[in-house]
Design a protein around this ligand. Structure first.
Ligand SMILES: [Cu+2]
Length: 143
């Protein structure tokens, strides 16, 4: 009897940890994207300033921001795959996780296209923005 109670307590503890992890990522993953969107907005504003150009594909960058904001609510369970998520649910979260790379890549290519062959003044904000783009590329490739 004591052994069954102990096993039940351990199982409840494990289940609680999994529930807390689900709750954390349900909140935390959209939050990750919501935090980066204002920084992406700043970079979209700074990058055209110093080559003295318009932002390449302005509308696409705006719609990419909206797409990232919406899709960010559909990726959180990819952090729970090791806890045994149903394969049908896992597939949908995987698809959205892959899909969110598309608007992110649209932003990256538009920032690079804005700078391409431009006479860029390497001021501190511009260097920061180029570093942001480089960091995003390195982070995306090594993910
Ligand atoms: Cu994630």
């Amino acid at each position: 009897m004591a052994g069954e109670q102990l096993a039940g307590t351990v199982l409840m503890g494990v289940a609680l940890v999994v529930v807390v992890a689900y709750l954390f990522w349900f909140w935390g993953h959209p939050e990750v994207y919501i935090l980066i969107l204002p920084a992406m907005g700043l970079v979209s504003w700074i990058i055209p300033k110093f080559p003295g150009r318009e932002l390449f594909g302005y509308k696409f960058v705006i719609y990419s921001t909206l797409a990232i904001g919406v899709l960010s609510f559909g990726v959180w369970a990819h952090h729970m795959f090791s806890s045994g998520v149903d394969p049908r649910i896992r597939a949908s979260f995987m698809a959205i996780t892959l899909a969110i790379a598309i608007p992110t890549a649209v932003k990256l290519f538009n920032w690079i296209a804005t700078m391409w062959n431009g006479k860029i003044r390497l001021t501190a904000p511009m260097l920061f923005s180029i570093g942001f783009v480089a960091n995003l590329v390195i982070g995306g490739i090594t993910w």
